[in-house]
Design a protein around this ligand. Structure first.
Ligand SMILES: CC(C)(COP(=O)(O)OP(=O)(O)OC[C@H]1O[C@@H](n2cnc3c(N)ncnc32)[C@H](O)[C@@H]1OP(=O)(O)O)[C@@H](O)C(=O)NCCC(=O)NCCS
Length: 317
């Protein structure tokens, strides 16, 4: 039966979270690691944010509901995809299809409709400079194969470190004269934009606002002469990142400051790119452990300095 791709509406979001849960649980269960009961509120909040920032890049795939379906709906959401466009970066945040509907072309159809017209000139962007990027699971050959067909080839592993930093004294202190200030207000925004462009490759203020609204607390690190050197976020819920530093030598002390400034209620969880050797070593030494399977950051062209940047997560860098 034919499927249709259309822009998502707010009313579709809870269906999308259920597609996400079914799709991930299906392949994790086959690996002996089924998902725990869904706690979908954070995912719903992220989808809500992306629907606001990228309404034309959030699509659902639907099929007509069978006659007499108990939901009383005319259509069923069988898949969805979301891309976030930030300056010259097009980032595929999510692409999921119900297990019973996979391998029938729905994922590819969503992906191609989400993609920028890279061969057609856009008024604001040199098409050659437009970068496509995403994160893909190491245990999902179909997504990795599909994304690679479009040039988004996995380049850097990204590992989930989880735990309670028990040995905080292992972290070097902030260098003399460097101090942390709360990441708030327009002055901080200008500093953060500059740091983001020098590390992540693009500025993304709307995402910073969303991270703060969803409970992350940020700090900017300033030198004695007032120069912003980096920023970082942590949260009481244990979600850690993003963290960006202009000089990798500052990584360990910034991580040390964040782990003491914010005390999570439970474990801390952070996705660390394999390129970020300083963060990997500091967090492992402090007692965090590698959890589950790594993911991979994939791109068409290099765009970020992951040795100096720790993303907010896999669905939003
Ligand atoms: C990944 C996913 C979105 C793809 O959607 P789908 O509807 O199953 O995909 P399609 O049928 O359109 O295409 C599947 C593609 O994977 C390719 N593929 C499958 N297995 C592959 C393998 N082992 N190696 C290389 N490519 C592979 C197929 O060849 C096909 O590509 P093609 O159209 O170029 O031939 C879907 O399978 C899914 O939701 N999986 C579980 C969740 C997930 O992993 N999401 C991505 C998170 S990183």
């Amino acid at each position: 039966m034919a499927f249709t791709c259309r822009p998502a509406r707010r009313a579709d979001l809870s269906d999308c979270t259920l597609v996400w849960y079914s799709a991930v649980d299906d392949y994790m269960a086959r690996l002996g690691r089924p998902l725990p009961s869904p706690r979908l509120d954070p995912l719903l909040a992220l989808m809500d944010h992306l629907l606001l920032t990228d309404p034309e890049r959030f699509l659902v795939a639907t099929r007509p509901a069978p006659a007499g379906a108990p939901t009383g709906r005319a259509e069923l959401v069988v898949g969805f995809g979301i891309a976030a466009r930030r300056e010259h970066i097009w980032f595929l945040s999510q692409l999921y299809v119900l297990p019973s509907e996979q391998n029938h072309g729905i994922g590819r159809a969503l992906l191609t409709r989400l993609m920028p017209p890279i061969h057609a000139a856009e008024p604001d962007v040199n098409p050659a400079a437009l970068v496509l990027a995403t994160c893909t699971d190491t245990v999902q050959p179909s997504s990795t194969g599909l994304y690679s067909r479009f040039g988004m080839v996995p380049r850097v592993p990204i590992l989930n470190l989880v735990g309670t930093p028990g040995v905080r004294s292992q972290f070097a202190p902030l260098p003399a004269g460097v101090h942390a200030v709360a990441l708030l207000g327009p002055e901080a925004a200008a500093a953060v934009d500059a740091i983001d462009r020098a590390t992540l490759g693009y500025a993304h203020q709307p995402d910073h606002a969303y991270l703060r609204a969803s409970g992350r607390t940020g700090f900017v690190y300033i030198s004695a002469d007032g120069t912003p050197l980096g920023y970082g976020y942590s949260s009481e819920a244990g979600r850690f990142g993003p963290v960006a530093v202009l000089d990798e030598a500052l990584t360990e002390s910034v991580l040390g400051h964040l782990t003491t400034a914010i005390m999570p209620r439970g474990a801390t969880t952070v996705w660390v790119p394999g390129d970020n050797e300083k963060a990997m070593l500091a967090l492992l030494r402090a007692g965090l452990r590698v959890e589950g399977f790594p993911a991979m950051i994939a791109w068409t062209q290099p765009f970020a300095a992951f040795d100096r940047y720790i993303p907010a997560g896999l669905a939003l860098l």
